[in-house]
Design a protein around this ligand. Sequence first.
Ligand code: SF4
Length: 247
Amino acid sequence: MPPLTAALRRAYRLMRARFGHQAWWPGETPFEVCVGAILTQNTNWSNVERAIANLKAADVLEPTKLFALPEARLAELIRPAGYFNVKARRLRNFLRVLVTGCGGRLDRLFAGDTAAVRARLLAINGIGPETADSLLLYAGGQASFVIDAYTKRIFERHGWSREKRKVGKRKAEKAGPFSYDALKALCEAALNHRRGAARLDYWQDYHAQLVMVGKHFCRPRAPQCGDCPLRPLLPGMPVGAANIRGK
Ligand code: SF4
């Protein structure tokens, strides 16, 4: 097994042993998960929860009802999530496809090959790769690995996101992290040893575990390597840990 594959699989075992299964994503229904995935762009989850609580209180957290709301009213209800005018427009772009193209049925929206459904979602104005993959993975029942800022930071610090290329007889490290799609492909290739529902759960929980590490240990400044479950996987342990802490 390639060393990177072994490291990524071990990373999950270490995180899972520390945090337990995360049972993500918060949301009572797949539609609520979709709304949350769009509202969570550039804000924290507690703000999303307040916006969703407003939608529930107004009894509009359902595709047809939500799409029937005037955009200004929708923006008012989701105000706690921040960037509410932009998010109201994005939400309506998503709802237009869901309601007018799929009769309001998520099973129709998510029907088909993962790559084709992903392309359909990415064609919606305001849905980027991270949101599309979150929708697929947590609402659509489609195994599509999510990459976010936490993933990028953890992978970068562990040297998992640097492309190796051959220079003459030696392998040299190419500077710079992978793109979103390259990092996603790397994870999906390394973590492909489970099938069907087991893979879906694995990838859902893997991303959730990385979020736990990113929130609690791998902060932008002063990462808490000493207490982090991924410390054994730092490059050049124990020297690597000391180096990062000293930055
Ligand atoms: S806090 Fe340190 S050990 Fe943990 S993921 Fe970040 S760099 Fe790795």
